[in-house]
Design a protein around this ligand. Sequence first.
Ligand SMILES: Nc1ncnc2c1ncn2[C@@H]1O[C@H](COP(=O)(O)OP(=O)(O)OP(=O)(O)O)[C@@H](O)[C@H]1O
Length: 240
Amino acid sequence: MHGTLSILPLSVSGLGFSAGGKRLLHGLDFELAAGNRTLIMGPNGAGKSLTLRLCHGLLQPTEGRIDWRGGLPDADKRHAMVFQRPVLLRRTALDNLTHALALAGLPRGEREGRARQALSRFGLDALADRPARVLSGGEQQRLAIARAWARNPQVLFLDEPTSALDPAATKSIETMVAACHAEGMKIVMTTHDLGQARRLADEVLFLHHGRLLEQTPAEEFFHKPRTPEARAFIRGELLW
Ligand SMILES: Nc1ncnc2c1ncn2[C@@H]1O[C@H](COP(=O)(O)OP(=O)(O)OP(=O)(O)O)[C@@H](O)[C@H]1O
């Protein structure tokens, strides 16, 4: 659970990833600070999801380094990730949360209370006893964010969390992300929805063909992108 020491900044240097004989990410260098919302943008196949998965520790880099501040030993327990399609157990919504809290090492006696607090925090109390797998896509994603929140992470990674959702469900997810940010969580999120990035981003990491072309404050990225590729992306032109 939340400690007093911040695991940020996250320093990424020379990050590369190869698979199947192909280099998919090339020498990424960036630092992620506490507090702001970082949106990772770029066309399909740019390497956004890979970058997020590497930072969260789901994949190991084939080159370079990913260092949480000062190499804090239990930093891995302090970041959580939400996927495009939530992975939920064939159990009730409440059980999905208590199970995640068990894995996170919360003492048994505290799990149900914390799980109910998370559901309540996001207005999801009514879902508690429903089987998670039969919830709507929007409800499942809201549950996945509540589950991540319950662990009180310092950093919340979100990989295209709304790309399978309609506008109303998208809005509720964006509201939840805003709430997490307002509580002090660092948000790192991928999207290729420009409207969403304009609504949420404080800074943008722009990837293209596995390379980091920009790390730019959002205001500047949308009004004065530094690279021709980012200019074309913002104009909605096709990039390949
Ligand atoms: N484990 C893997 N093995 C081989 N290739 C992979 C692997 N994971 C990703 N790729 C390839 O790496 C490239 C980048 O993938 P990634 O999912 O990071 O892109 P993305 O920017 O998130 O794209 P999208 O917007 O389509 O989700 C793609 O060409 C993808 O097919």
